[in-house]
Ligand binder design. Sequence first.
Ligand code: ADP
Length: 490
Amino acid sequence: MNTSKVKKPLSIKLHIFISMLGLSLGLIVILWLAQSFFLNSIYSRIKENDIKHASHSISYNINNEELDSFVEQMAVEYELCVRIFEFDSDKIIEKEAEGAHFFNDCVICNLSNADSLLNSWYDTTKNAGGYYTETVDRADFRDFIYVGDEESNLSGICLIATCLVEGENGNMFLVVLNTPLHPLNSTRKTLDIVLGILTLVAVGISLVVSYLLSKMISSPLEKMDKKAKALAESSYQIRFDEKGPKEVQDLARTLNQTTEELASVENLRKELIANISHDLRTPLTMISGYSEVMRDIPGENTPENMQVIIDETARLSSLVNDLLNVSKLQSGTQVMNVSKMSLTKCIIDTVKRYDTLVNHKGYKINLVYDNEVFIEADETRLLQVIYNLINNAINYTGSDQTVTVKQEVTDDVVRVSIIDSGEGISEEDLPLIWDRYYKVDKTHNRAVVGTGIGLSIVKNILLLHGSRFGVSSELGQGSTFWFEFKICKE
Ligand code: ADP
């Protein structure tokens, strides 16, 4: 016993929802990761730019009378602490008023006994060309900082920038700026909250979008499924709505075409059953009628009556053969036996078969040809083609009972035309007569007995030979059926 479970396929709705949710959560995870891994480095880069910009602006305004408020403005704008020291003949004087303190645990704000440090900054900055930045650990400044009791403040990374500028009085000024290098806790918390809200919004949006999307795609498909089920139960009047996304419209169009095809096949099938049962019943009635007469009435066992039974049996078997032939040809199981053959002889032989009709029923078959022409073809099949076409021409020809079979040669192509003077075929019927079971006269009440199979056999045989073929017809004037073959050179 097969124990493996068949997995139930997911609905489109669920597929879309899972994909949308996955996409949004993926993006959120990327954002969280970016925040965790890149926030510090991005923050440091921003801070480096800020501190550089602030120190250059302050240096530029070192002689400005409004320096004090300018420094404060810079400190607030860029979140930094600033101190300015004047180097006057080996004395370092701080420009107290101009200092600005933006945050508490600043290293430069708590400097004490730091002349050696300031001198070293002065030299380093001078050597660096007037501007110098350094990422430092607060703990390294233990010796220069007054920390009171709160030793714990002395930890963490910060960025120190120093800028050397000459004042109006000729003295050198050292602008020292400091900013923490890690985002402040409040910044982190804000980002965390924003990301949390974003996650909720993304999940909500995926829910709404996936619901709308899946509704747009799946509801026309669900409707189609219902109609297709009805179609499977042979309701061929069904129309699929050609609305919705392009692919759904294409599918609906294809299904509508299929429905039309199925409906026409179904009609043909019904007609065929009606026709074939009629065609089978006529000879069967004759056979059984004549047989009973011959059995019950003495003296009726005549060769003429026997001939009727033989003829009707032949009609029956030719009908059954036709049906078998067309099925084999269309299923591709028919093997072609192509060889060089005389087309002219084949035409003459077929026409000869109608000698009885010509001699006893007043039919006239004109045969027109110049030379004997050879072609490459399956002789038995080609005989079927010519026979079917002449048979139709005789069946449908007009009151003059005349049929013309013409063989014409143009360059290396031979064309055979079978011409009659009958009712002709209307323009709308012309393309359809080659279809299996198609009969122009559907009422089936005329003397001509036909199944609508003959031309389908002709078409399939000529297609297998790769021949060109066709028909031209005018109502009331008659029809010309023709086919062409390449002539075989000697
Ligand atoms: P059938 O056995 O009914 O003749 P065919 O396949 O040979 O079947 O022909 C299909 C239909 O084409 C016929 O029913 C008839 O209506 C039309 N047809 C064929 N040949 C002729 C013709 N020579 N003149 C007028 N109609 C024709």
